[in-house]
Ligand binder design. Structure first.
Ligand code: NDP
Ligand code: MG
Length: 381
């Protein structure tokens, strides 16, 4: 049987790790052609050796002469990463974090391949351009974010006329904490997610609920939904990832033990051939399944996310871009936890007081507004 050839962008990260463990269990079916990282080349070399990968991409310039790199074809700088793909590549995994991958994903969309895309920041910033371009170039986009992957598969089994979707949030580490204590949340506390082990940026986003705010916008662009068709609620057990609500009152849900390997596996295999991977769901392990509304007072990211989604045009991208900068500032210790969303809102007001919102922005307009933000961002006293 011909092996599926894959290239993993962001192989050294948390999603990368899940992909690698799937490959480890399915070596007779999967072959890795290329892997990339930002700067963690020693981890990349280790992965390269284990999986016998020839092509490796490293974004940051490495000044030292590293002997072990001679065993690989090295692609230096993210600008060259699309060269890791060739005519034999079947599946691309896009698991670079944040907007640094924006130019790269734009090149990859034009290759007519199958792309499993974990990176929600690029989906949001590109807005409707992503699916429009993928259609134009016959590229297949499979969302890997667990909620959106669930929706993607649930939509293949329709039970009537579609009404709306509901995505769930585990609630992150703080949904039960009183609002008074939010200001003093440390980086370390915010990074410790109760359910998922993820990269830093998305872990902080889960703590502020910006992750869920980004995900409702992600759903809008991936599935072409109207704003009032997207619901989100807290489900602390995190075994239902998403639901489809039909006009006839039926709701379908996709349940599995929280594990990124399940959505990722759906990229490579039919559902009945990935039995090796995950722990089976036993509902008797759960004495209750809870569902609660998201408190907008405690988590203003949710309100702000809905507002920018309603505004449309450049607003979701601006919210997303500001969030990425402000999360980094929180991690660096220059602002406190509640400032992440507070400053985002102040900056959004400033941006749209000084710039027109362009309703169907092209790529250059998205980049221009981000440059404007770089030059004008207010980050407090
Ligand atoms: P990590 O921080 O764990 O990994 C990020 C990966 O991207 C690493 O390989 C990193 O390399 C690489 N990278 C970062 N910056 C650059 C850059 N400038 N140029 C090239 N490569 C870069 O993140 P996650 O794996 O947690 O998340 C990846 C994406 O998937 C995010 O967009 C996130 O929102 C999304 N996602 C993640 C989920 C999860 O469970 N983790 C769930 C749903 C979505 P290096 O190691 O050298 O820094
Ligand atoms: Mg998610």
């Amino acid at each position: 049987m011909k092996k599926i050839n894959l290239v993993i962008f962001g192989a050294t990260g948390s999603i990368g790790k899940s992909v690698l463990s799937i490959v480890r269990n399915n070596r007779e079916k999967l072959n890795i052609q290329g892997i990339t990282c930002n700067k963690n080349y020693s981890k990349l070399i280790k992965i390269g050796k284990e999986f016998n990968v020839k092509r490796i991409g490293i974004n940051k310039n490495i000044k030292k002469n590293i002997k072990e790199l001679n065993n690989f074809d090295v692609y230096q700088d993210i600008k060259t990463f699309d060269d890791l793909i060739d005519h034999k590549t079947d599946v691309i995994i896009f698991a670079i974090s944040g907007l640094s991958g924006l130019d790269l994903i734009l090149k990859l969309i034009k290759l007519g391949k199958k792309i499993g895309i974990a990176n929600k920041e690029c989906i949001i910033s590109l807005g409707f351009n992503l699916m429009k371009l993928s259609k134009k170039y016959s590229t297949e986009i499979i969302p890997l974010d667990s909620e959106h992957n669930s929706i993607f598969h649930l939509l293949n089994n329709k039970f009537g006329s579609f009404k709306s979707i509901t995505i769930t949030a585990s609630g992150g580490p703080f949904y039960e904490l009183s609002k008074k204590s939010f200001k003093n949340i440390s980086v370390e506390q915010a990074l410790s997610h109760p359910v998922w082990k993820m990269g830093k940026k998305i872990s902080i986003d889960s703590a502020t609920m910006a992750n869920k705010a980004l995900e409702i916008i992600e759903a809008k662009y991936l599935f072409n939904l109207s704003d009032d068709q997207i619901n989100a609620l807290i489900h602390p057990q995190a075994i239902i990832h998403a639901m489809i609500n039909y006009k006839n009152g039926i709701t379908t849900a996709l349940m599995n033990v929280p594990n990124m390997q399940t959505p990722i596996s759906s990229l490579f295999f039919k559902f009945d051939s990935f039995d090796k991977l995950t722990k089976e769901l036993n509902l008797l392990d759960y004495s209750v399944l809870e569902f609660k509304p998201i408190d907008d007072e405690k988590f203003p990211a949710m309100r702000l996310g809905r507002e920018v989604m309603k505004m449309g045009g450049l607003a979701p991208n601006a919210f997303n871009y500001l969030n990425e900068i402000l999360v980094q500032r929180f991690i660096n210790g220059s602002i406190n936890f509640t400032d992440i969303i507070y400053l985002n809102e102040i900056n959004l007001e400033k941006i749209f007081a000084k710039n027109n919102n362009i309703m169907k922005p092209g790529l250059s307009e998205i980049k221009n507004i981000n440059t404007w933000i770089d030059n004008n961002i207010y980050i407090g006293q």
